[in-house]
Design a protein around this ligand. Structure first.
Ligand SMILES: O=P(O)(O)OC[C@H]1O[C@H](O[C@H]2O[C@H](CO)[C@@H](O)[C@H](O)[C@H]2O)[C@H](O)[C@@H](O)[C@@H]1O
Length: 270
């Protein structure tokens, strides 16, 4: 049988699915969570996968080598949303946590930062305006100003001061500033490791932290001419065109992601 040639970028959707179906047993699909599988909500605790997402991921996991969610949420949160999916791998906190063999495995270099993060979250609640939503995630603290955008400058300033004083790292996001331990770990590193032996991979993301994952696909293509990486953005009016301009194609919403995958699954005869 003739080999399916690797499409050039940006590929047509038909070319991308044809290559993927021809290399299904060596293909991984990676998904960010917020804004990609779940519509944006004011309250991060209220976020749920869009209606068709669970069934779609289950079907996808049945035809490709691997499906994984790579999120800034803790694994415990992802488990609460995806526990029904036996065959979907979970990376939490940008890969500082991994769900493996029925338990959460935490990056050893990050673990000692748990008390400092708990203390930081307490102080954020005491010192920031009451309208700031403080999300404590064990190994990071997210300061949300979605419901009070006028507080953004004060929250950003406080976050940057704390990062400087405590030696933490900052991650910018959608109406949020996040403080993380000074440990080298990001979504790009998860993807670099995850595609080492893959023939094809897709990554779906909507936020600034996802650009590193797109870059990791490109970097793999540069060293392995047979590897095909597809970067898919989900439209995000809050961080401008930066994410979509780094992607091969842009979808409108989490519902559109599920519809796109369901259409693509037809290439596998399912
Ligand atoms: O990598 P992700 O899984 O996409 O996580 C990025 C941040 O997502 C969450 O915040 C975002 O979604 C919230 C719920 O829709 C929304 O209220 C908030 O404005 C968004 O920034 C999550 O709460 C953060 O911890 C993540 O860093």
């Amino acid at each position: 049988m003739a080999q399916t040639p690797r499409p050039t970028h940006p590929p047509s959707i038909d070319e991308a699915w044809a290559f993927t179906a021809a290399h299904a047993s060596a293909t991984t699909f990676f998904f960010d969570f917020d804004g990609v599988l779940s519509p944006v909500t004011d309250d991060p605790d209220a976020s749920q996968p869009a209606a068709a997402v669970l069934g779609t991921l289950e079907r996808l996991a049945g035809v490709v080598q691997r499906v994984a969610i790579v999120s800034a949420r803790p694994v415990s949160f992802l488990r609460s949303r995806f526990a029904s999916l036996d065959h979907v791998d979970l990376y939490g906190l940008y890969g500082l946590e991994v769900w493996h063999d029925g338990k959460v495995v935490t990056n050893l270099a990050a673990e000692p930062w748990v008390p400092a993060m708990a203390e930081l979250a307490d102080r954020a609640r005491a010192e920031l305006p009451a309208s700031t939503l403080v999300e404590y995630k064990r190994l990071s603290v997210a300061l949300h100003y979605r419901t009070a955008p006028h507080e953004a400058p004060a929250v950003e300033r406080w976050g940057h001061e704390q990062a400087e004083q405590l030696g933490l790292r900052i991650q910018a996001g959608r109406m949020v500033v996040e403080l993380k331990p000074p440990v080298d770990q990001d979504k790009g590193m998860v993807i670099t490791e995850g595609v080492r032996n893959a023939g094809c991979a897709w990554y779906f993301g909507d936020d600034m932290s996802d650009i590193k994952a797109f870059d990791a696909l490109r970097a793999r293509e540069a060293v392995d001419p047979s590897f095909f990486g597809v970067a898919v953005a989900v439209a995000n009016p809050e961080t401008g065109a930066e994410v979509s301009s780094a992607a091969d194609l842009t979808l409108d919403s989490p519902d559109a992601v599920a519809a796109f995958l369901n259409e693509g699954l037809r290439s596998f005869g399912v």
